[in-house]
Write a protein that binds this ligand. Structure first.
Ligand code: NAP
Ligand code: F7E
Length: 348
């Protein structure tokens, strides 16, 4: 009989890539989708709907009764907890909801495993995050680095990370954490910075808009591709013992550098001038789009800054490389080109 996985957060970016990989391994996937007033919240997973091994149930991470029943009825081999209020800036606006879903939602799942006597059967993967690390002095961060989050999102995820370890140690549940650094794809939500820049740049060359407004351009991130990182999730949950792993590309770029990569790929050279809120990016050269030369195509708007931000995040995934034999296959330039080509097709 094929193994069975429950995935929370099935409609999200990682929900698609993870489901696709599990289905290819002949693992049955049951996804949890929350109720929305429009039906198009399943856009990312519509291509999987006809697979007989794939199904979606309606539910919410705030509902202990629902989660308990679902786990009791299905007795899954694996639970991947991907559901979250995952936007860091938004977590400052709705911190209580963020804590309820990201932190308490995780214990609802773990406790359903425990109370249904599934500790020896169900393996649990928690979507932990580099946002749990504090501001650090440009160190490469690994499983031993200190965890001092600076956002309600990071704090909620630190609770979930800790409770996952506590249930592993107390009840012998196979509960593991993937501490994933930023990972992107054409399916990334439109308000995260990479997709926002790509969509904005494509809109500019298609004459749909004239500039992009961004916040902290100095911020530095370690960006990888979601498909590679979902492969790591499977390696983590299938490893012979439960453990915690940093998953990262180990390479970093600033938001400013990411902007340059995107515009260069589209055939425009840009230059940043000015300081602080007055900084702008100007097109300096373009054979393809000469009408854009000297135009300000990026501006800074203070509404996109956070009360606190993590300015530099760089991972060290040596443990995953050594123990899981995992390494990323898609580099930043391939990621950028895939994202741009997707949005070039999408935006008329
Ligand atoms: P995402 O695209 O924002 O997806 C989040 C998913 O959670 C969506 O399916 C969302 O449903 C669902 N969700 C939110 N609140 C829910 C609730 N109350 N009940 C049930 N489902 C709910 O996030 P992602 O990029 O795929 O990331 C997956 C997980 O990894 C998240 O937990 C995120 O925090 C974590 N993570 C992400 C990254 C990254 O760089 N992508 C890095 C480290 C960790 P809707 O579609 O209805 O909104
Ligand atoms: O911001 C800066 C912003 O929102 C990256 C989530 O998946 O990864 C993600 O969180 C950086 C930040 O990702 C804008 O201030 C500048 O420093 O794309 P982001 P994030 O906050 O790193 C972690 C690992 C997760 O776990 C999260 O779930 O870019 N930035 N200007 C901007 N960010 C946004 N969103 N919008 C801007 O206009």
């Amino acid at each position: 009989m094929s193994k069975k996985a429950i995935i929370t957060g099935i409609t999200g970016q990682d929900g698609f890539y993870l489901s696709d990989l599990l289905l290819k391994q002949n693992i049955q996937v049951i996804g949890i989708k929350r109720r929305t007033s429009l039906i198009n919240s399943t856009a990312r997973i519509d291509s999987l709907i006809n697979n007989n091994n794939f199904s979606v149930v309606q539910g919410d991470l705030s509902d202990s009764f629902f989660l308990n029943n679902l786990i009791n009825q299905n007795k899954p081999d694996y639970i991947f907890n991907l559901a979250a209020m995952s936007h860091v800036k938004t977590s400052f606006d709705i911190p209580i909801h963020t804590g309820d879903i990201n932190a308490i939602g995780t214990i609802r799942l773990l406790d359903a495993i425990r109370t249904n006597n599934l500790s020896n059967k169900t393996r649990f993967y928690q979507a932990s995050t580099s946002e749990m690390f504090g501001n650090n002095s440009k160190k490469k961060l690994n499983e031993q680095s200190k965890l001092e989050p600076v956002s309600p999102y990071g704090a909620s995820k630190l609770y979930a990370y800790n409770i996952t370890k506590i249930y592993r140690q107390s009840y012998n549940i196979f509960a593991c954490n993937g501490i994933l650094f930023n990972h992107e794809s054409p399916l990334r939500g439109e308000t995260f910075v990479t997709r926002k820049i790509v969509r904005g740049a494509v809109s500019i060359v298609k004459n749909k808009s004239s500039f992009i407004e961004l916040g902290n351009l100095n911020s530095v991130r370690d960006w990888g591709h979601a498909k590679d990182y979902c492969e790591a999730m499977i390696k983590i949950i299938m490893y012979k013992k439960p453990d915690d792993f940093v998953i990262s590309s180990d390479k970093v770029f600033s938001v400013r550098e990411f902007c340059k990569k995107v515009f260069n790929y589209l055939g425009l050279e840009i230059k940043f001038v000015g300081k602080g809120l007055n900084e702008v990016a100007i097109v300096t050269k373009s054979e393809k789009y000469p009408h854009l030369i000297n135009k300000k195509i990026i501006k800074v708007n203070k509404k996109y800054f956070r009360p606190l931000d993590l300015n530099y995040l760089r991972g060290n995934s040596a443990k995953a490389k050594k123990i899981l034999k995992w390494k990323p296959k898609i580099n930043i330039d391939q990621l950028v080109s895939e994202m741009i080509n997707y949005d070039l097709d999408l935006i008329d």
